[in-house]
Write a protein that binds this ligand. Structure first.
Ligand SMILES: NC(=O)c1ccc[n+]([C@@H]2O[C@H](COP(=O)([O-])OP(=O)(O)OC[C@H]3O[C@@H](n4cnc5c(N)ncnc54)[C@H](O)[C@@H]3O)[C@@H](O)[C@H]2O)c1
Length: 246
């Protein structure tokens, strides 16, 4: 029986690259995303020989996440892999000017979304005999960046939440890790790309002096869910071209 993987935010960028990478390993994929593009995407993936389905799901809404996992159980009967990847950036704004609603939205999607994904998927992964979870944090979960307080805080929270889950579910044969991408060329950084000078500086602020690709992050995620990482849990793998070292 093929393994089943649930990928949040799988309609675009790092999530989509991860869908393709995990499918290449023979997994059946459920994409959970607010982006309705996911429906057409699934048709395209089918043409490429990838077994995937789409669930409309806002990861910040408890009922939606619960229903998505229930649907996975109904359609596939099992779940082995969860990739909590859905996320949003924040408008660049000083902490004292940041409206509480904007703060809340970023925390709800980037941090509570990861909590909800694990809260509802872990029992099904356990029922399926165990598996692996990867949460997508960020280089900005490790270091501060001016005007990005909500994003910084949300991604730092993901790193510690990953450790909690690893500790609590290791004995149930569930490994929980995170990845921390640096600047990766996806639509989330389009705003930075439009500012030519800023993009030049940001994209070179790492040891490799370039931005990363979604596939480079997907490869790290694929490693963490694979048997090759069987003794790795509770850790966060930097996929930042040396951005933290810089
Ligand atoms: N691109 C980067 O430079 C970078 C760096 C570090 C971390 N990340 C993280 O990687 C993850 C993926 O981002 P990406 O770069 O591929 O960007 P992206 O914008 O291409 O993809 C994000 C996906 O998440 C989905 N999404 C947003 N809000 C959602 C919600 N409430 N419920 C369900 N789905 C939702 C979007 O529709 C989209 O498909 C995010 O968590 C992001 O914070 C990205």
């Amino acid at each position: 029986m093929p393994k089943v993987a649930l990928v949040t935010g799988g309609s675009s960028g790092i999530g989509l690259a991860t869908v393709r990478r995990l499918a290449a390993d023979g997994m059946e994929i459920v994409i959970a995303d607010v982006n309705e593009k996911g429906h057409n995407l699934v048709e395209q993936l089918h043409k490429d020989g990838i077994k995937a389905s789409f669930q409309h799901c806002d990861v910040s809404v408890e009922e939606a996440v619960k229903q998505t996992v229930e649907e996975v159980k109904k359609q596939y009967g099992q779940l082995h892999v969860l990739i909590n990847n859905a996320g949003v950036g924040n408008r660049e704004i000083k902490l004292t000017d940041l409206p509480v609603l904007e703060w809340q939205k970023v925390i709800d999607i980037n941090l509570t979304g990861v909590f909800l994904g694990m809260k509802y998927a872990i029992p099904l992964i356990e029922e399926s005999g165990g598996g692996a979870i990867v949460n997508v944090s960020s280089l900005l979960g490790f270091k501060g960046k001016k005007l990005m307080s909500a994003y910084n805080a949300s991604k730092a929270g993901v790193i510690t939440l990953t450790k909690n889950a690893a500790l609590e579910y290791g004995k149930h044969n569930i490994r929980v890790n995170a990845v921390a991408p640096g600047v990766i060329d996806t639509p989330i950084v389009d705003g930075w790309k439009e500012q030519e000078q800023k993009w030049e500086v940001l994209s070179r602020a790492n040891a490799l002096r370039r931005v990363g690709t979604p596939t480079e992050v997907a490869n790290a995620i694929r490693f963490l869910v694979s048997e090759e990482a069987s003794y790795i849990t509770g850790t966060t793998l930097m996929v930042d071209g040396g951005g933290l070292t810089y």
